[in-house]
Design a protein. Structure first.
Length: 606
């Protein structure tokens, strides 16, 4: 609200000064100024002979040196950012506590003065698994008032989803409702999150100010610990060019599917991984789609355009390797509407047409947008400036580094389909299936996932549920347990379309069953029976034995499709606990929540 002479006790000159100053202040500066003025009001004026009244300002309250960083993460990105931020703050003398939301005791929130939240959004606007309990507490009536809290939120998401960064937005809003004051504004990150995340970190570090320097001994200890970590120079922002060693189709002749088993060399990279981690691959767009887009827009393939950190590149190369062209998002269409005089496109963005926009975005790409709304003639440089960077794709690793040293394996199903009168291709899956033969190179990095790991105790029974390519990490789990000699029982539920053509890694499972590495296996092939049978049906058929394994302390792992399979499997577990354990639906849900908190129920779903 703008100050006026009529709505304030200030004169015109003071009003003009304040209206220039106040909009430039950060949240922390406003908070400090408020405290300063309060202290100033209680300080008596001191008369000095022949001089105006002088006022001695009260000292600003000492900034707390303690900072709590909470992360909610499904794939590990939020946790990685939290660790980097912690290191930045520790170097400046702050005492930092880093915790997943699952491990943080909510009752301790009242004691926190400086809170930094790093959280991703999972699925359709939902919190990640390890943030659910804290999220529900904060949005319940039990949440305390937090008038002493200073906070800031970094939200990770994907603009191709309707509820972009919704979990971060929810946390930001709720902390404000509880009385918290923002240290720095919330930042919402798309899939290419490194730069905005770094900018947010700099903002919160500046807002927190400088704490007293850490003792020399402690600082040197931190430096020694960091120096002792044998980290690779390769990462998401600096991928390793890895050679493809082998690329095989796992499906038999006559299958409706094509599933590639790809073995990749990590020699010379120093990249390390564990079973449960993912491999990030930067793909290329399909050359046919790129050429069709250039032709439809009337561009020249060799025209130079800016491609981010890569500088100037020929247009075709930039569209192949740098820009995303297969996914439409609302922000992209809003930017495209600003570049064109198309009234039709502007109408699509009007209030009240959200459902129509949502339906249009689903299953269409940039070529559709160009053709449907007659965007031909827009300059290439202007058009590519509104495109987001082509993001990496993450695939669950299907190998154990102990069993396959110097290599990493992935299991990828090629996505091909027809929609809106054209052939469509999964960007990375078809790149791998068609253009990543042995000897080719791929830009890769390791995405660590601390939320999907084998039990620390090798005697713990393990139940693995992974239909289709969701079985990938369980191949890694069993290879690892074979190498380490883990004694715990193992049970795998696997499903696909047909036994004859789609039993992925059949020979390996049979060998592990024979050798005792895999204790038992139940399969569901949905197209081999009149009535479709899926993994959740096999679980319900074996409900008594499965419940007994749970009572013995078994850890349950689920990998694969989040939209349907993961929900069906969760519902099956609830039903088993109700039926075999005599629990109510609410008690069964609480049992699974307890398993999640104990890291006995872990999901890698997408």
């Amino acid at each position: 609200m703008e100050l006026l002479v009529t709505n304030s006790p200030f004169n015109q000159e003071q009003v003009e000064l304040l209206n220039r100053l106040l909009p430039t202040l950060s949240e922390s500066q406003r908070s400090w100024l408020s405290g300063y003025l309060t202290a100033l009001q209680g300080t008596p004026a001191v008369a000095v002979s022949g001089a105006p009244l002088a006022v001695k300002a009260a000292a600003a309250p000492a900034l707390s040196k303690e900072v709590t960083i909470l992360f909610g993460s499904q794939t590990g990105n939020s946790q990685g950012i939290a660790k980097k931020l912690s290191k930045k703050l520790e170097e400046r003398g702050f005492q930092v506590t880093v915790s997943s939301m699952r491990d943080f005791k909510p009752n301790g929130l009242k004691k926190v003065q400086n809170l930094l939240v790093v959280v991703s959004t999972h699925g359709e606007g939902e919190p990640p698994d390890n943030a659910v309990t804290f999220y529900e507490f904060l949005h319940s009536k039990r949440a305390p008032q937090l008038e002493e809290l200073r906070y800031s939120v970094l939200a990770l998401g994907d603009t191709s989803y309707e509820f972009f960064c919704q979990t971060g937005k929810d946390f930001d809003k709720r902390l404000e409702e509880l009385g918290g004051k923002r240290l720095a504004p919330r930042v919402d990150c798309d899939v290419d999150f490194e730069e905005p995340a770094a900018e947010w970190m700099n903002q919160v570090v500046a807002a927190l100010g400088e704490a007293p320097a850490a003792p020399a001994a402690a600082a040197s200890g931190v430096a020694a610990a960091v120096a002792g970590e044998a980290e690779s120079e390769y990462s998401r922002s600096n991928p390793f060019q890895a050679e493809v060693l082998e690329n095989l189709n796992l499906n038999g002749r006559g299958s409706e599917r094509e599933t590639r088993h790809i073995e990749i060399s990590l020699e010379g990279s120093d990249l390390q991984y564990e079973p449960g981690d993912s491999l990030g691959i930067y793909p290329e767009n399909h050359p046919r789609l790129v050429d069709e887009l250039i032709e439809a827009m009337g561009w020249k393939a060799e025209e130079p355009v800016t491609a981010g950190k890569n500088g100037q590149l020929p247009l075709r190369e930039a569209l192949l390797r740098h820009y995303e062209i297969t996914v439409l998002t609302k922000p992209l269409i809003e930017q495209a509407a600003k570049l064109t005089a198309s009234s039709k496109l502007k109408e699509l963005l009007e209030a009240g047409r959200e459902q129509e926009l949502r339906a249009y975005i689903t299953g269409r790409d940039l070529l559709d947008l160009v053709q449907d709304y007659s965007l031909k003639g827009l300059p290439a440089a202007d058009f590519v400036s509104i495109l987001r960077k082509l993001p990496a794709r993450l695939y669950s690793i299907s190998s154990s580094p102990k069993a396959s040293p110097g290599e990493v394996h992935v299991t990828v199903r090629a996505v091909r389909y027809q929609a809106h009168g054209r052939d469509r291709y999964g960007v990375c899956s078809v790149h791998l299936a068609e253009r990543a033969e042995a000897g080719a190179t791929l830009p890769v990095f390791i995405q660590h996932n601390p939320n999907f790991k084998l039990p620390d105790n090798p005697d713990t029974p393990v139940i693995m549920i992974g239909p289709g390519t969701g079985v990938a990490p369980f191949r890694a789990f069993l290879a690892e347990r074979e190498e380490t000699g883990a004694a715990g029982k193992t049970w795998l539920f696997f499903g696909d379309q047909r036994f004859r053509t789609d039993f992925l890694y059949q020979i390996e499972w049979q060998r592990w069953l024979k050798d005792g590495v895999l204790s038992r296996m139940d399969v569901a092939f949905s197209r081999d029976t009149d009535q479709k049978v899926y993994v959740q049906h096999r679980m319900l058929e074996k409900s008594r034995e499965l419940y007994e394994w749970l009572q013995e302390g078994a850890a349950v792992y689920v990998c694969g499709d989040e939209k349907k399979m993961a929900h069906d499997v969760h519902a099956a577990l609830i039903a088993i606990l109700e039926q075999e354990g005599g629990l109510s639906k609410e008690e069964a849900a609480a049992y699974l929540t307890g398993m999640q908190e104990d890291k006995r129920y872990q999901r890698d779903v997408y």
